[in-house]
Design a protein around this ligand. Structure first.
Ligand SMILES: Nc1nc2c(ncn2[C@@H]2O[C@H](COP(=O)(O)OP(=O)(O)OP(=O)(O)O)[C@@H](O)[C@H]2O)c(=O)[nH]1
Ligand SMILES: [Mg+2]
Length: 459
């Protein structure tokens, strides 16, 4: 347990209706009461009206104060929250006053760090608190909220219990080998390792969705001039963000906008049409298009359905074989009413082989845009099913689970080659260590410090 008391403004910087200063630590309550005039004493989990007073008893503000008694608080320590009017001057004064009375200014994330150190939450829950605050889409928030509730730890719990049971039995077998206790047969060990490995591998696979959900993706819209890239871009971002004209070579620079697709943050980039540049500005613009294409996680190639496909586009498609590529045939409105059977379109689809799934849209009328959105979303999620409870959302978590799966894998090999149990145990311990690393039980202090330093002050 920590012995000092920390204080910080927990609400956002700037003016607001209400602002909250939070205190946590053994002296939280005594420090708070010395700057408050209360009609009724503080009581655990009860809000109290109070005047906030300076050292001479003069009133600075009035607010609502709540005391959460240890250990039933966010940090596990005594916590007092003073909700005053949201004036930065007042809130900063309250923190200064608390410091004068014996508190210390909290570091970023220190409240959550204390919650972790006091075993109120594990490391995945702490990370989820940060993710929840940082969420840019509702889907990110939902997944984070589940994780704050401990869904990730819950997901590995059965595997961890099984591993510990297996270790205990194997250790007993080694320790009492002379006392005639049966050592586990290799087949039984392999079977039990498999039972643990399967869910851990599934968890590892969840990172595909978690990463996309967490970090978002970049998507570049490319194609020849006048194909309708900017028009499509505007459709997808649902605003007239990029300039659209009938002049080929309208877009000269990369225009980007963040949108949420199915809750996944997507940075959409409209680019200059690819062709032989006619001047210096266009040359630079096209170089930037190439750059955007190289950086993008997904490339959306826009073809002009009426004009068909040219050699350059065919070449580009060939070069994108190992990338995530969506081919869009735009301007289908120009093909007449029965374009679903259009010979040019179908011929193109067939000629593309691997990419038969081209998407037919009209950026002008909006036809096909919803289907395109759905196709993009499918590609974003990849093979990963949309999982809500307990997905790995950062590289640290992924590496921890990786360590565990690697250990299980090696243990499996050792067991099938009948290596001595002492050797096998080393790998199984490694698997356990990976699990503990995920929840923070064996995470070194400097790593913890790094994690919590990415939090906001006051959380
Ligand atoms: N009929 C029809 N016209 C379209 C469609 N999409 C775009 N256009 C028109 O095609 C022309 C070029 O559209 P843009 O969106 O500027 O094309 P772009 O690919 O961004 O062109 P650059 O920026 O020059 O590379 C404009 O006149 C658009 O109105 C469509 O689906 N149907
Ligand atoms: Mg354009």
């Amino acid at each position: 347990m920590t012995t000092d008391t920390i204080a910080a403004i927990s609400t956002a910087q700037g003016r607001s209706g209400i602002g909250v200063v939070r205190l946590s630590g053994p002296d939280a309550r005594s420090i708070a009461t010395r700057m408050l005039r209360l009609r009724d004493d503080l009581a655990p989990n009860h809000a109290r009206f109070a005047s906030i007073i300076d050292e001479h008893g003069a009133r600075i503000d009035a607010g609502v104060v709540t005391w959460f008694a240890a250990p039933h608080s966010y940090t596990g320590e005594d916590v007092v929250e003073i909700a005053a009017h949201g004036s930065p001057v007042v809130l900063e004064w309250i923190v200064r006053r608390a410091i004068t009375l014996g508190a210390r200014a909290a570091r970023p994330g220190e409240f959550t760090e204390r919650a972790f150190l006091n075993h109120r939450i594990d490391l995945t829950q702490a990370e989820a608190v940060r993710d929840l605050i940082d969420a840019q889409t509702l889907e990110q928030a939902r997944v984070a909220a589940e994780q704050v509730g401990g869904s990730l730890a819950a997901r590995i719990r059965p595997a961890k219990e099984n591993i510990i049971a297996l270790i205990a039995e194997m250790e007993a077998g080694i320790d009492f080998a002379e006392d005639d206790i049966d050592t586990l047969p290799s087949e039984a060990i392999v079977e039990r390792l498999n039972a643990v490995r399967a869910p851990m591998e599934e968890l590892l696979a969840s990172f595909a969705y978690g990463r996309v959900l967490h970090a978002g993706v970049k998507m570049a819209i490319i194609g020849r001039p006048n194909a309708g890239k900017s028009s499509l871009f505007n459709r997808l971002v649902e605003s007239d963000r990029a300039i659209v004209t009938a002049i080929a070579g309208t877009t000269r620079d990369v225009v980007s906008e963040r949108v949420s697709l199915g809750g996944i943050p997507v940075e959409l980039m409209d680019t200059a049409g690819l062709r032989e540049a006619t001047d210096e500005v266009e040359r630079i613009g096209i170089a930037r298009s190439q750059q955007a294409m190289a950086e993008a996680d997904i490339v959306l190639l826009v073809l002009d359905a009426e004009a068909g496909i040219n050699e350059e586009e065919r070449h580009l498609i060939g070069a994108m074989r190992n990338r995530s590529l969506l081919i869009v045939q735009n301007k289908i409105d120009l093909l007449g009413s029965d374009h679903t059977d259009d010979a040019t379109l179908n011929a193109l689809s067939e000629s593309l082989g691997h990419y038969t799934a081209t998407h037919r849209v009209s950026a002008k009328t909006g036809e096909g845009i919803e289907d395109l959105r759905a196709a993009i979303l499918n590609l974003l999620r990849g093979s990963a099913v949309q999982e809500r409870s307990g997905v790995l959302t950062n590289v640290r978590q992924q590496q921890a689970v990786h360590r565990s799966v690697d250990g299980l894998h090696r243990a499996h090999q050792a067991a099938t080659s009948n290596l001595p149990h002492e050797m096998l145990l080393l790998d199984i311990y490694e698997a356990l260590r990976g699990m503990d690393e995920l929840t923070g039980e064996t995470t070194p202090d400097d790593v913890l410090g790094l994690i919590f330093s990415t939090f906001c002050i006051g959380k």
